[in-house]
Ligand binder design. Structure first.
Ligand SMILES: [Zn+2]
Length: 299
């Protein structure tokens, strides 16, 4: 955070008008950046300008009012000030501008542009579009994203951290709990996936990577519009399996296989219906109709 504060002048500049708003020591109003960073804590004393002063307080009778320079830094400041217009009331208020996409400055602030400049981007992962897409349910995307990263606190991970917990899966009690078991290999999970095996999915997927590959294959097929439905189905199943697992561990509550399927089905229908209500120009068939093709005729 300290680093970010020190770098703020990289993103935010102040253009001086009347000098009554810009802070002399803290705002970035000269080419030198915030003066507090180059003068240090002794700056206010050496220039006889209070720590909370505005730029206009460094002006007297229409001229810069800076004491004779006693350091290289003070000489540099005087040179820079000699190239700048002295703040005048007639110049209007000071205004701030933000670093824009092209590297220049503009009056409007964009959180996206600023975030892109602050962060250190990692190479894109091939599965990102399986997790983040327009029709997503944010809380389901979040759990799915955490699962793709392998960071959900499943019991195998808790044990690897040295915690003393039972290793077994609470959904089937037949195997140790891991991400791949809980969401795919577990009979409870596999039975849920199998309810959606039909026109677009020949068999239950065995891993998150397989779901991602299936989405890519479907994208190349004659029905690419079914892709968002599959992505949504993936994240809804993962979210509710995680929910079911937590309910069993922490609240001692469990759903039957059929009740669990109904929860997933209800959530899918609600989401897809709300999407079709939101868009009156959606092409036919609707996403909800495409979802019906996912449901196995034997469900
Ligand atoms: Zn299991």
């Amino acid at each position: 955070m300290l680093q970010l504060r020190d770098q703020l002048h990289f993103f935010l500049r102040c253009s001086i008008g009347d000098g009554s708003t810009a802070l002399f020591w803290y705002d970035c109003w000269t080419e030198l950046g915030p003066l507090c960073l180059i003068f240090g804590s002794s700056g206010p004393r050496s220039l006889r300008i209070p720590r909370s002063a505005t730029v206009s307080q460094a002006v007297r009778n229409g001229n810069w009012n800076i004491p004779p320079a006693r350091s290289e830094t003070a000489v540099t400041l005087q040179i820079v000030l000699s190239t700048m217009a002295v703040p005048l009331e007639d110049n209007g208020p000071d205004f701030y501008s933000w670093r824009n996409r092209s590297g220049g400055f503009s009056k409007s602030f964009s959180s996206r542009v600023t975030w892109e400049r602050i962060r250190n981007p990692s190479p894109p992962v091939h599965w990102h579009s399986t997790v983040w897409f327009k029709e997503e349910i944010p809380r389901c995307s979040f759990i799915t994203w955490t699962a793709f990263l392998g960071r959900l606190p499943t019991r195998d991970r808790l044990i690897s951290w040295g915690l003393v917990v039972q290793p077994g899966c609470v959904l089937c009690a037949n195997a140790d709990e891991s991400i791949s078991h809980l969401f795919f290999q577990c009979p409870f999970a596999a039975a849920t996936w199998s309810r959606f095996c039909g026109r677009y999915m020949a068999s239950s997927p065995a891993s998150l990577q397989e779901v991602s590959s299936l989405c890519q294959q479907l994208q190349q097929s004659p029905t690419p519009r079914a892709v968002p439905v599959l992505k949504l189905l993936n994240q809804v199943i993962i979210y509710y399996l995680w929910y079911e697992r937590n309910a069993r561990i922490f609240r001692g509550e469990s759903s039957t296989q059929e009740a669990f399927f109904r929860v997933v089905d209800r959530r899918m229908r609600d989401r897809l219906l709300s999407l079709s209500l939101r868009s009156s120009t959606a092409p036919s068939p609707s996403l909800l109709e495409l979802y019906f093709c996912f449901i196995s005729p034997y469900s």
